[in-house]
Write a protein that binds this ligand. Structure first.
Ligand SMILES: [Zn+2]
Length: 430
């Protein structure tokens, strides 16, 4: 399945990216059955999980069948590794065959094989990294997977990598100039810090540097930051969604930047975090991932705690994978209203995007067997067309958060307490 590296690869990194829906389903099901069977036979915790759920691995034939299994979350993994050190019973190969071990806060030990790296380069390839690029990799090279995995993936695209790591802003700036660095890999915040510091040092960033491409993960890129980096500094941006526990990048942007294509090396589910049931396109739920390319680490149905939705709409780039539509927040900040999850951070982005709004709170109540969503608003000033504001806000909220606000109430300044929850759930279920 893994492709050899060819210089003349063209637009796509491998043939998986452009599979037909039928071919993708067949590929995913085959890989899933193989992964599940292998993990059941070789990883004791996986066997225990299946047995407890009363599921035989032969019953897991398609992505839909994964619903029969429980979701493993970060805290479960920490607990299992503590009880059964060091890998919590998820290691499915002999320990002497592990080629590297990463350490995540928790602590969580993650044995990741070299074989899992090639596919990772897809994200960088789609972002345009090629031979001739000189790239500073500003992710840390110790403990966490980011530094070394991104480094090797950039090499798989042919780029030269500066082994930089985090911090040392002034050295970063000098290095970027001296080595004529064309690519940046890191977080948007750190790139902005570098640019700001370079300007303090009296550099004209657009004139003195040749940085043309930046690739981000670990922090969501807001529309306004993206605009600043692309328009003010003429640096093309792309981002990927990565999770360390199951081993890396799960979804990545192409040049159309209309969501992040799923990696075919994983089965990505968007589920109701309360029931574990899969949701359809456009519905907001928790991202749950199952690696199907990696035999050594039997992490099946890992719940990331991140909330998102996906689209099946075709993408002009020609990649046929479904796309993840940004991370809207954490499942711990989500409240279910009439069957749909409203996530505090997403609501905040929508509501505070309206200039006259000073503060807000969403309140969910139960009235006549139906959830009722009220938006309470404190305004900055008095001279506002409230009717128009309420109409515009209601419309935008519904189109982005997919739930209709039933009532908008304008309240006096100081009514909403400073430390109030963004979404107050006042329903009682008597
Ligand atoms: Zn695309």
């Amino acid at each position: 399945m893994a492709m050899m590296f060819h210089d003349k690869r063209g637009e796509y990194f491998d043939e998986l990216e452009t599979m037909s829906p039928e071919a993708r389903e067949k590929f995913a099901n085959q890989q899933l059955q193989r992964t599940v069977g292998y993990a059941y036979r070789n990883a004791p915790s996986v066997k225990e999980m299946f047995d407890r759920a009363g599921v035989n691995p032969s019953q897991i034939k398609t992505a839909k069948d994964l619903e029969k299994l429980p979701i493993i979350r970060k805290n479960d993994l920490i607990e299992l590794q503590r009880k059964n050190p060091p890998y919590g019973g998820f290691l499915a190969i002999p320990p002497e065959d592990i080629d590297r071990i990463f350490i995540s806060p928790g602590l969580i030990y993650e044995p990741i094989q070299h074989a899992g790296i090639k596919w990772f380069a897809k994200a960088f390839w789609a972002a345009g990294f090629r031979k001739g690029d000189v790239v500073v990799n500003t992710f840390t090279y110790h403990m966490s997977p980011a530094g070394i995995l991104f480094h090797e993936a950039l090499r798989d695209c042919g780029a030269t990598v500066v082994v930089m790591g985090t911090g040392n802003t002034d050295i970063q700036i000098q290095t970027m100039r001296d080595l004529k660095v064309t690519g940046f890999v890191g977080t948007p915040t750190f790139l902005l810090t570098i640019i700001k510091r370079a300007e303090e040092l009296k550099h004209d960033f657009r004139r003195d540097f040749v940085l043309k491409r930046a690739w981000f993960t670990g922090e969501m890129l807001t529309a306004s930051t993206r605009k600043t980096i692309e328009e003010d500094y003429r640096i093309a941006t792309s981002q990927a969604y990565a999770v360390t526990e199951p081993g890396g990048a799960i979804a990545y942007e192409c040049r159309y930047k209309s969501g992040m294509h799923f990696m075919d090396e994983y089965i990505v589910e968007i589920v109701d975090p309360e029931t574990g049931k899969q949701l359809g396109p456009g519905e907001v739920g928790e991202i749950v991932v199952t690696p199907i390319h990696n035999k050594n680490w039997g992490l099946i149905r890992f719940g990331t705690g991140d909330m998102s939705s996906y689209t099946t709409e075709p993408c002009p780039c020609g990649r046929t994978g479904n796309r993840l539509l940004g991370i809207v927040g954490r499942s711990s900040d989500a409240v279910k209203v009439r069957g749909m999850f409203v996530v505090a951070r997403q609501a905040e982005q929508v509501v505070l995007g309206f200039e006259p709004v000073a503060k807000f709170q969403l309140v969910v109540r139960r009235a006549e067997q139906r959830d009722e969503l009220t938006l309470r608003l404190e305004l900055k000033g008095v001279s506002v067309d409230r009717k128009k504001l309420a109409d515009d806000l209601g419309e935008k909220f519904q189109s982005l958060c997919r739930v209709k606000i039933d009532k908008i109430e304008f309240v006096e300044k100081g009514t909403i307490p400073e430390n109030a929850k963004k979404i107050a759930d006042e329903r009682s279920w008597k």
